[in-house]
Design a protein around this ligand. Sequence first.
Ligand code: SF4
Length: 279
Amino acid sequence: MKLSDLIHSPKKSPLLRRFSTLIEPKSDAELESMARQSAALTRKHFGNAIRLFAPLYLSNECVNHCEYCGFSRDNPILRVTLEVEAVVKEARHLAREGFRHLLLVAGEHPKFVSPGYLERCIRALVAEIPSLALEVAPMEAAEYATLTAAGAEGLIVYQETYDREVYAELHTAGPKKDYEWRLACPERAYEGGFRRIGIGALFGLTDWRSEADALGAHLDHLLRRCWRAQFTVSLPRLRPCAGSFAPRHTLPDREFIQLVCARARAQPSAICSCLSASP
Ligand code: SF4
């Protein structure tokens, strides 16, 4: 069975059925009770620790067109790719501010943001920055292996939306059009040696409950297949950007809190990374 069919299968495990129940509409009293139980579970698994990281943007060059992104190739914005020396300078500034975890972020452009360029950036930083993660274009497992050998330890790749039709509507040009290639990326990252892997969806592209169900199913699959890795789940909510895109759906604060609590209750070993401005 294809991974996408597995994720969208109507046959759900007991854990995923429980998650779907947790995100159904709740009264104030039920939500309060969920929040208390989720907080207790999170403390049990992680104590009071919060991991803070800073994104360091390497390049906004991109060959893809994603309707919701200001970096899309057709948007007439200034394009910049940092030289390795400039990357080191930025990283040192962030380290002086106290950040020990950096996330290197770039658009998808094989000429400007090649695996070789990323490897040079990682090698230039690894002696000074204790923890380096990447949020860059999906790659083959062998390419990931060169980046983990250079010292990268984390990789983040959001599916953006798990709804196949909406995905096709919003990703209209470039390699990112391939839904299945992107969906299999976390497993290629694991094969390439990454042991801290982040997945997520952009809330605002489709109905939040069906998106959350599919995200939970993907995580469930990954926790079984990639059992030596630690997973984070991100729940960003979309905001208007360069171009004409406006989010199609909302995830209000109350439901957002419910989603965070449901995630903690259903799959407590996955870290919830809630990068989310109020819509
Ligand atoms: S691939 Fe990433 S950077 Fe490029 S347009 Fe899409 S979301 Fe933006």
